[in-house]
Design a protein. Structure first.
Length: 279
């Protein structure tokens, strides 16, 4: 199958590797506005060639949108205008806005809204890795709005990648990812800024940093060009989560201020309950 991947970065590049390994992609066309990324993607063998969008669509059976979500939202109607019977799916971290954008499009059925739940803090073609998606979850949103054959193709693709498929409405998806993904990134960004501010006063702080610190702030290395649009699109859900998170932080602060170590112990033990979910 000839596949077009729009945006040859971490997700797009890793998908290309996986689809080649599984034998699903016989020829991969890249659409990439960054010429450096386009050249590197070809050099790394992530794509066979890079073409303009219209040419790529005409030659492909499957089009994958792996750009930042603000670009994906703009691209999707343009792509649906150009497809005949091709299947299109995206891999963005929010779903409501992109789904709303094409809800009345006559080719809406050719689009499947998906979100593979995997990523790292790295970006660009060099960030693409093998084995990225195996045993991970992927979400398909609003499946009844997709044509049966389009949905089946995408389901088979993710099954071939050994991913566990979950089905959700786009609004429910966006609420859940605010809790499990987006708040983690905001917390990491904020902690990194806190430490960087302190580092100006005390150079030795990073010499003391250990694995625990590194794992907590790892996400702070994530690309702002990708995450600002995510925060913009999922603003309301993220604000709800942030308010609860700030409330929890205030509880810890109050315990220390009032030397209420019994309640502090209770808060930590309550947090340990996450082990039931993350084993």
């Amino acid at each position: 199958m000839v596949i077009t991947i729009i945006g040859i970065g971490l997700i797009g590049g890793s998908l290309s590797i996986a689809l080649r390994e599984k034998g699903l992609a016989t020829h991969v066309i890249g659409v990439e506005e960054n010429p450096t990324h386009a050249s590197k993607a070809i050099e790394l063998g992530l794509v066979d060639e890079c073409l303009p969008l219209t040419d790529a669509i005409q030659q492909s059976s499957l089009i994958i949108i792996a750009t930042p979500i603000n670009a994906a939202e703009q691209l999707l109607p343009v792509i649906l205008d150009k497809v005949t019977n091709q299947v299109v799916f995206d891999v963005g971290s929010t779903k409501s806005k992109i789904v709303e954008r094409v809800i009345h499009h006559p080719k809406r059925g050719r689009f499947v809204a998906t979100h593979p739940m995997w990523g790292t803090e790295n970006s660009g073609p060099t960030a693409a890795i093998k084995g990225a998606f195996s045993k991970k979850a992927t979400v398909i949103c609003d499946k009844t709005h997709s044509d049966a054959d389009a949905l089946e193709m995408v389901e088979q693709l993710y099954a071939l990648l050994e991913m566990h498929i979950l089905y959700m409405e786009s609004t429910a998806h966006d609420m859940h990812v605010a809790y499990i993904s987006h708040i983690s990134h905001i917390t990491s960004f904020a902690l990194a800024n806190t430490v960087l501010e302190k580092e100006r006063e005390e150079d030795a702080i990073f010499e003391l940093a250990s694995g625990g610190f590194e794992s907590t702030v790892r996400l702070a290395k994530s690309n702002a060009a990708m995450w600002v649009p995510i925060f913009m699109q999922n603003r309301d859900n993220i604000l709800d989560v942030l308010n609860e998170h700030i409330s929890q932080l205030r509880k810890f602060k109050s315990c220390l201020e009032k030397e209420n170590y019994e309640y502090l112990h209770e808060l930590i033990e309550n947090a340990n309950g996450i082990r039931r979910i993350l084993k």
